[in-house]
Design a binder for this molecule. Structure first.
Ligand code: ARG
Length: 486
């Protein structure tokens, strides 16, 4: 092994096992390309501030671009991390007289925090993009099932009739809040720690804002101690991702249930189902099961990150390095799951007839019948609720049966108080049940139509904002590469 660039003055050779144990070189592949951009921005700033000579700037940028082109795999792997690997490669190519200036006014502490933020912001945009696509599908399937009657559940028991459109839109709304959390987390992620150096900043006259803007950041994490110490933006992103996964897992669980013989509401497309090695008839919802399971993995990544941060003294400790793979993995898994959920949902078959048949099973119209009794016979709702509760145990639910029960509680048949056979028939009609629920947010077709319109408008806005963010990053990156002579 060659002498280690940063150890050689102070320490003897690292134990091989200790190097393997402490090195983050494998995990750092995630942000190799961002580290190069950070180096390019740093040396451009050093030149602007007259900290390095023009020729040094030229040599460093040229060689950094070559290292970038050769790729991560060509870097020395027997070092602490990608930062040392790049500086080692640069020293080999440019000589220490020039390469020795790369790290002036900088520490790996502010460098790695910046790498993580750049990789994360990229992945957050990809995740938001995937969630928007899933919302697109939900909006579409909700619209095409605006009047698809189905039973709604509480405690997984038939409760009241509703529509599949209303149900799917609820999942879409949950994703909207997930998106808002991701967008918030993006804003706090997109701040540059560079210039904080180890934690106490530096006596070199760095221009922190210049570097931040060259790298497409919205601003800087000002306090240099804070800038290198914090990973709260990681916790926040993983918390937002965990919420996305929880949304997905609930949808997945419903689709798994709904695809059983007991329910028979939906059929998953063959492309997204698996069969059994022994039971030839089986069609298993494997993709959905894994979404459900991976929710646990992402929450695990979140949990690991929170616990690693807990009670960690300021400023940098190598504990922080242990968080990075959890972040990369947690966000990547979430992106994967959102995309597969979208694909499953796009192709899933909906059995409208079965949904309609089941929508009245279990006396789902009981609430509406109690409401009707209260409204037409002017009986307090609680009394009407008791009467219908009693009726639920009977086998017939016509006016005659209602009168008999009513007599016991009121001393009078309800038909004498104003309840008619037409009222009863209307209350027991599942479609009328849904149509009546047309106050703000209810499942009535008119409400759903209005909600869909509002959701589509907001969806377009979010898409536009995402595009602006993507373009801002691309523009910054292109500008930096051009200024570096790429
Ligand atoms: N590999 C380290 C990480 O991922 C980089 C920072 C190392 N800093 C240090 N003082 N050892 O966090």
């Amino acid at each position: 092994m060659k002498q280690n660039l940063i150890r050689k003055g102070r320490l003897a050779e690292f134990d091989e096992q200790a190097l393997r144990f402490t090195s983050s070189i494998a995990a750092d592949a995630w942000f190799f390309r961002y580290d190069i951009l950070i180096d390019l921005a740093h040396v451009a700033m050093l030149k602007k501030q007259s900290i390095i000579a023009q020729t040094t700037f030229e040599v460093l940028t040229k060689e950094l671009l070559k290292i970038n082109e050769q790729g991560y795999v060509k870097l020395p792997q027997d070092v602490d991390d990608v930062h040392v690997a790049i500086e080692t490669a640069l020293t080999e190519r440019a000589g220490s007289a020039q390469a020795g200036w790369l790290h002036v006014g900088r520490s790996r502490n502010d460098e790695v925090a910046t790498c993580i933020r750049m990789a994360l912001r990229h992945d957050l945009l990809a995740l938001m993009d995937a969630v928007l696509a899933l919302q697109d599908t939900l909006l579409e399937r909700s619209a095409s099932n605006a009047t698809t009657i189905m039973p709604g559940f509480t405690h997984l028991q038939h409760a009241q009739p509703t529509t599949l459109g209303h149900h799917l839109l609820a999942h879409c709304d949950a994703l909207e809040r997930d998106l808002a959390r991701l967008a918030n987390s993006y804003e706090r992620t997109n701040q540059s720690p560079l210039g904080a150096a180890a934690f106490a900043s530096t006596g070199w006259p760095l221009d922190r804002d210049f570097v931040a803007s060259a790298l497409g950041f919205d601003g800087i994490v000002e306090n240099s101690m804070d800038a290198v110490s914090t990973r709260d933006f990681v916790i926040e992103a993983l918390a937002a991702a965990s919420n996305v996964m929880i949304t997905l897992s609930r949808l997945a669980e419903e689709l798994i249930l709904w695809s059983t013989s007991e329910f028979g509401y939906v059929e998953i497309d063959d492309k997204f189902a698996s069969t059994s090695s022994i039971m030839p008839q089986k069609k298993n919802p494997d993709t959905l099961e894994l979404i459900r399971a991976k929710t646990g993995s992402v929450i695990g990544d979140f949990t690991a990150s929170v616990v690693i941060c807990k009670a960690l003294p300021f400023s940098y400790n190598l504990d922080l390095q242990e968080i990075t793979p959890h972040l990369r993995q947690g966000i990547a898994t979430t992106i994967d799951c959102v995309r597969i959920a979208n694909a499953v949902l796009q192709t899933i078959l909906i059995n409208k007839q079965r949904l309609a048949e089941m929508s009245s099973v279990g006396f789902t119209t009981a609430t509406e019948l109690a409401d009707t009794i209260a409204r037409t016979a002017h009986v307090p709702f609680r009394t009407a609720h008791t009467i219908v509760g009693d009726l639920a145990r009977a086998s017939t639910r016509d006016l005659n049966a209602i009168d008999q029960v009513g007599l016991r509680y009121l001393g009078k048949p309800l038909s004498l108080l104003g309840l008619t056979a037409d009222d009863v028939a209307e209350a027991l009609d599942v479609n009328r049940n849904v149509a009546k629920r047309d106050i703000t947010g209810g499942p009535a077709a008119s409400q759903l139509k209005r909600m869909l319109r509002a959701r589509r408008r907001r969806h377009r806005m979010r898409q536009q904002r995402l595009l602006l963010r993507q373009t801002a990053l691309q523009t910054a990156e292109k500008g930096l590469l051009t200024a570096s002579g790429a």
